[in-house]
Design a protein around this ligand. Structure first.
Ligand code: ARG
Length: 272
């Protein structure tokens, strides 16, 4: 009877994931946090990363988000590809897939695309969370309409106060309530000073403006949460952030921290 074993493995993996990703206990009472349901057709660049072997089949093995930045290239968070999350180096996770064009993970809508190779930013530092991005190469390309452009350095979309939207299948309460249907939350780009003040270093981590982007709702209540990592933060139709970390979810004074996509553009090139 492999089932209990598989289940406990999946639970252990989920527990490891939650511990890894929640530096502080999360409490928030609204839903992503403070969001609402969206259809995948509204954000066809949003994909789910999946391994049923590791995370179980209930939600199609979803464990992180990703974003289509080229027809065969998915950008995600480097920490999503760590052995701590996957239980093995990403190249050894044989059922690692990208799920595209699917709103509800419990449906069979869209496509499940095998990953042919993975690349983790060599500058990624798992202790400081700087450089938190990596790339998956797809076995078959997605339509050009699924690709979102990455905002290069200097793009006005990075200006504090710009409205931005985060997408994901992650925790909607801060208490490990994972949604099966895609959600989006409306945020705004916050100043670096806001996150430098919130995260000066220590237990909650340190915000490094050159590599990270601060976004949230000034009064809290709207945020990404566990399971949203690797997914997109979009402003003015361009990708500006990748969900990376935060303290709890949706708490006032504890904004979300995103990988600054202009840093990925520098490494990957604007062609992606
Ligand atoms: N590290 C989390 C993940 O892997 C994302 C946390 C984002 N938290 C936040 N409050 N914005 O899913």
């Amino acid at each position: 009877m492999p089932r209990p074993y598989v289940r406990s493995l999946a639970l252990a993996a989920a527990a490891a994931l939650i511990q890894l990703m929640a530096p502080a206990p999360a409490t928030a009472d609204s839903v992503v946090i403070g969001g609402s349901p969206v259809d995948i057709s509204q954000s066809p660049w949003t994909v789910a990363l999946s391994s049923r072997d590791r995370f179980g089949g209930t939600r199609a093995g979803q464990f992180c988000g990703g974003v289509v930045v080229d027809r065969s290239t998915v950008l995600t968070a480097a920490h999503c590809l760590s052995a701590a999350v996957l239980g093995a180096p990403p190249g050894r996770v044989r059922d690692l897939k990208v799920i595209a064009d699917r709103t509800d993970l419990t449906s069979s809508q869209g496509k499940e695309i095998p990953v042919t190779s993975t690349w983790v930013n060599p500058q990624y530092n798992s202790y400081t969370n700087t450089g938190d991005f990596g790339v998956l190469t797809l076995a078959t390309p997605l339509p050009a309409g699924s690709v979102i452009p990455m905002a290069p350095a200097g793009d006005p979309a990075y200006t504090p106060g710009t409205p931005a939207t985060v997408y994901g299948w992650g925790d909607v309460t801060g208490n490990a309530t994972y949604t099966s249907s895609l959600r989006a939350a409306g945020l705004q780009v916050l100043t670096d000073a806001t996150c430098e003040k919130a995260y000066p270093g220590g237990l909650d981590g340190r915000y490094v403006a050159s590599s990270m982007l601060c976004a949230g709702a000034p009064e809290g209540g709207h945020d990404a949460c566990q399971g949203d990592s690797g997914g997109p933060l979009v402003a003015n139709g361009r990708l500006i952030g990748v969900v990376s970390w935060g303290s709890g979810c949706g708490q006032p004074g504890r904004p979300g921290v995103y990988t600054r996509v202009s840093e990925a553009v520098k490494v990957l090139g604007g062609g992606h």
